[in-house]
Design a protein around this ligand. Sequence first.
Ligand SMILES: Cc1cc2nc3c(=O)[nH]c(=O)nc-3n(C[C@H](O)[C@H](O)[C@H](O)COP(=O)(O)OP(=O)(O)OC[C@H]3O[C@@H](n4cnc5c(N)ncnc54)[C@H](O)[C@@H]3O)c2cc1C
Length: 545
Amino acid sequence: MILPVGVDEKNFKAAAEKFKKAIGAENVFTEREDVDLYRDAYSPEWDEETEAVPSMAVAPKTVEEVQAIVKIANEHKIPLFPISTGKNLGYGSSAPNRRGDVVVDLKRMNKIIEVDDKRNFCILEPGVTYFELYEYCEKHNLNVMMDIPDPGWGSPVGNALDHGWGYTYGMYRDHFGAHCGMEVVLPNGELMRTGMGALPGAKTFAENKYGYGAYVDGLFAQSNFGIVTKMGFWMMPKPEYYALLSLTAPMREDIVPIVENLNYLEDSFIVGWPLYRSPLNPPYGKPMNPELKSYLTSKGGKPDLEKIQDYALRNKIPYWQIDIPIYGNKEAVYANIEYVKKRFRKIKGAEIKMVQEFALPMSAEQIKQMKHKVSLGIPNMEIFWLSTRGETIEPKDGHVWFSPIIPRDGRELLKCQEVYIDVFHEMGMPSPITPFAHPRSWMYHAFCFMLGFGNSRTDVEHNKKMRKVYRKMVEVAAANGWGDYRAAPTFQDDVMNTYSFNNHILRRFIEQLKDTIDPNGIIAPGRGGIWPKYVRDSREKGGKK
Ligand SMILES: Cc1cc2nc3c(=O)[nH]c(=O)nc-3n(C[C@H](O)[C@H](O)[C@H](O)COP(=O)(O)OP(=O)(O)OC[C@H]3O[C@@H](n4cnc5c(N)ncnc54)[C@H](O)[C@@H]3O)c2cc1C
């Protein structure tokens, strides 16, 4: 039997009975076959003793039920781990941070409280999925869209609380940044509203973020200060017209002026999310051309940059390709296209083509044809070709993301490629990073230079090796000034350790607050590298007593 850390069987069973009374026996899951559904399907510790399998799961329907759960948990010192829809694959999924902690599954709390397409906001419960919100807006013919992450099955609340990102204009792409107003059940069971929501009867819960006084919303994301039961979000009005351009450039060094120009265009709201990539990469999940692949190790085990560039020029393959969306009315979109073309004329050999253009509303057939559905807030699951369905990636059981933030600068990207390639070379492993690996541009005002480490359901040794390399990458990245923005539970302490300015003052400050607000340490021990006092000394051992 799996038990939470520090909880004996008697107390655990007594708490389970009280949970059943409070929220109905059918919403408390203690049988292994039910609880196992909350395992992290992409766990980098699958089937090891340390794998964070919960002991129990509870699924409340109302705020009052969440409060009752938290109060019972305090009586019996039962650690709770809240999830909204639990689809956080690659960053922990629906499993808790620590083995044995009780999952509070909020997916039954799925009310769309309000969507306003004149003032452009919504207020949601945690269990509402992107698909549900999209369907609601379409059904009611509302002229707003939500900025969404790639897989549409998650929730705006859960995604924002893990600092997730999307694909339209910068201010909407930052999902936590686009939230406005929260309702939270605190670790003692009290209910709090933040921002304008603290004013009884406030009319701008989801419109003005700050209310009055200290801004505390950040304490509830990537952390463990409460269970969020409502959140407001700013939404984007649907544009009248949408065009997708494709910019190509022949030389590796072209990335430097490309980034500078796109930074200007993005920050001026002339273009939306630029999708950087290199056509030297094979199509999704397919193997790389063998000649090109041979140049990745042909210079004493490292890439031969000249041969790679020569291969690209000989085969007339652009070194870079960036897809650029433009929103507006038709006249404005066309004027902006001309302006974008003018800015890139200075790069020798650069070309810009129109890929697609649509007037909104779009027909079902047009939506089907659309290349980047996410850039118009249309949820889908196409991304799931990645890692588990590709033809070449071994093992194929999932991945954990290594996600450091780097400056939005072409030279820094090229340096980053070199540093990553060197780490893999030193460790005697093939490098997943190539001299044509591209930045991810979700972060508004920064790049993320991420890579997915494949994990296995059957090969424990593979996962152990992977964890070693991952940890090395965290250290090397930090030494270069690049810090991860998000991490799977297995690596959250490693990441938090690198944010160490002035003898870890940030962590010490947060943990001091944690001790005050959650003295029993019941909410999500370890999440975001924040441990309650009773297990703080054992953070290296995953918060066991
Ligand atoms: C192929 C692939 C592509 C992906 N692409 C993207 C992408 O484009 N953008 C992106 O951001 N992510 C992406 N992800 C990661 C992930 O799938 C999404 O972020 C997903 O939306 C998160 O799931 P969720 O919304 O159900 O959040 P949840 O799993 O419910 O929540 C995330 C975490 O937040 C905390 N939390 C959740 N709800 C609460 C609450 N109410 N109170 C307190 N704490 C809470 C919990 O600790 C939880 O673990 C991708 C994953 C995969 C596998």
